[in-house]
Write a protein that binds this ligand. Structure first.
Ligand SMILES: N[C@@H](CC(=O)c1ccccc1NC=O)C(=O)O
Length: 282
C-alpha cells in the first residue's frame, strides 16, 4: 500500500510536522509543554493542585484562576492517544485565559492499557459531576486536543451537556471516528474492536440523534491545523458537518502555519489567533 494513504501514517501526527524530523517532534513537544506548565504551576494563578474527582490513580485536577468569582470555566483535556502525556505538562494554555478572567481546569485521567477507552470516557463524566456538584461551577466550556478532543466531544449529548451546564466545546485537532485506528499500532494498548469503535465514536453516536427537537443551545468550535494530516482535516470537517446537520451552532476553522503540536503549544501566547478565538468565544 502507498505509505501516505496508510492509516498508520495518516494517524501519526509527527509525520506531518514540517518544522523538524518526525522522530524529534514528540520529545520536543513534551519539552515545550512541560517547561510552560511548570512555570504556571509555580505562578500566582495556580489555585489548587491534585483535587481528586474520582477513584482512579490519575483522576486528579489542577485549578488555575485569578479570582474565585470567575464566571466562566474552561476545562482542557490533554491528548496523547489515551495512552500518553498527563495533566502536569498540560497547563500550557492557562495564562492568557486566566488573564482574561477565565478559570482553567486541567484534569488528568487514567491511560490505556491500564484502563479501557470506555473507562476513560466514564472518568470524564465523573470529572463533570465533580465540577458541578462539589465545586458548583457554572458556565463550563469543555475543550481538548487530539484524543482529548475526542473525550470532550463524547460529552456532546443533551442528556450529558445539559445536565452538566456545558455552554460549549472547543475541539482542537480531534478524532471523532475511531474506526481507522483499528489496524494501527495505536490500537495495541487500546484493544478496541469494531463494536467499541462504533459505540465510542462521536461521529457515529451523533449521527443517530435529532437535536433539532431540543431548545438548549451549545456552541461547538471545531479547529485543526494546516499541517495536520488530511485524515485529521477530514475528521474535523465531517464532524463539523454532522453537528451543523443536527442543528448545533458550529464554527469551523483551519489554523494556518501550525501542525498538530504547535497548534496547542502556542496557546501560551496572548497574540496567537486560536488563543484570541477561545477568549472571544467564552
Ligand atoms: N505518537 C504520536 C503522538 C501523538 O499522537 C500525540 C502526541 C501529543 C499529543 C497528542 C497526540 N495525538 C493524539 O492524541 C506521533 O508520533 O505523532
Amino acid at each position: 500500500m502507498d505509505e501516505k494513504n496508510d492509516n498508520e501514517f495518516l494517524y501519526t501526527p509527527s509525520h506531518w510536522c514540517k518544522r523538524m524530523k518526525p522522530n524529534l517532534v514528540v520529545n520536543k513537544h513534551i519539552e515545550i509543554v512541560q517547561s510552560i506548565s511548570e512555570k504556571m504551576k509555580e505562578s500566582r494563578y495556580c489555585k489548587s493542585l491534585n483535587i481528586r474527582y474520582g477513584p482512579g490513580d490519575r483522576q486528579l485536577m489542577d485549578i488555575y484562576e485569578n479570582s474565585p468569582t470567575s464566571e466562566h470555566t474552561f476545562v482542557y483535556i490533554h491528548g496523547g492517544y489515551w495512552q500518553e502525556l498527563n495533566k502536569d505538562i498540560s497547563a500550557y494554555c492557562t495564562e492568557p485565559l486566566v488573564n482574561a478572567g477565565i478559570r482553567v481546569i486541567i484534569p488528568g485521567y487514567d491511560l490505556a492499557p491500564l484502563v479501557t477507552l470506555r473507562n476513560i470516557v466514564e472518568e470524564i463524566h465523573q470529572l463533570l459531576s465533580y465540577i458541578k456538584i462539589c465545586l458548583k461551577y457554572k458556565n463550563i466550556w469543555l475543550g481538548g486536543h487530539s484524543a482529548g478532543a475526542h473525550l470532550a466531544a463524547s460529552m456532546i449529548h443533551p442528556a450529558v451537556h445539559e445536565h452538566f451546564s456545558i455552554k460549549g466545546f472547543i475541539l482542537i485537532s480531534g478524532i471523532f471516528d475511531l474506526s481507522p485506528l483499528l489496524e494501527t499500532t495505536i490500537n495495541i494498548p487500546l484493544k478496541l474492536n469494531k463494536n467499541d469503535c462504533l459505540e465510542l465514536s462521536p461521529l457515529n453516536i451523533l449521527n443517530k440523534f435529532d437535536f433539532s427537537l431540543k431548545t438548549n443551545s451549545i456552541k461547538v468550535f471545531v479547529v485543526y491545523a494546516e499541517h495536520d494530516s488530511p485524515a485529521f482535516h477530514n475528521q474535523s470537517s465531517q464532524f463539523a458537518k454532522l453537528l451543523h446537520k443536527i442543528g448545533i451552532d458550529i464554527l469551523e476553522e483551519r489554523i494556518t502555519e501550525v501542525d498538530h503540536f504547535d497548534i496547542v503549544e502556542n496557546l501560551s501566547n496572548n497574540n496567537y489567533s486560536l488563543t484570541k478565538h477561545i477568549i472571544n468565544l467564552i
